[in-house]
Design a protein around this ligand. Sequence first.
Ligand SMILES: [Zn+2]
Ligand SMILES: [Zn+2]
Length: 124
Amino acid sequence: MSRRDSRSRAHRRPESFRCLNCRLDVPLTALGTAHRNHCPNCLWSRHVDERVPGDRASECAARMEPVSIAVRSDGEWSIVHRCTGCGALNVNRIAGDDNPLPLLRLAVRPLANPPFPLERLAAW
Ligand SMILES: [Zn+2]
Ligand SMILES: [Zn+2]
């Protein structure tokens, strides 16, 4: 009684992934990035990489929420993702076709919601 299950399909590199947040089918090849790891529409990601982008070493696989923008010294933007499962933080390069609207929303979020009254700045 041995059934031969072909595992070859599981080993084939998928050409797209389904976004866990907005359900968009995302092609893996993207402009300006070798390892697309987030959705260009809503910017959500998935916890699959452990140390370096593309290593796929993480067992977590939970959704990762885009929480902030980081700007490198050369001016390039990165997205900071926080895992909703284990709380890990990852920094990922943005891709050429990322939706600029949620990117800007992330960038201005701290300014739109300051932890102190802005009127106080005027007195300085
Ligand atoms: Zn999405
Ligand atoms: Zn995680």
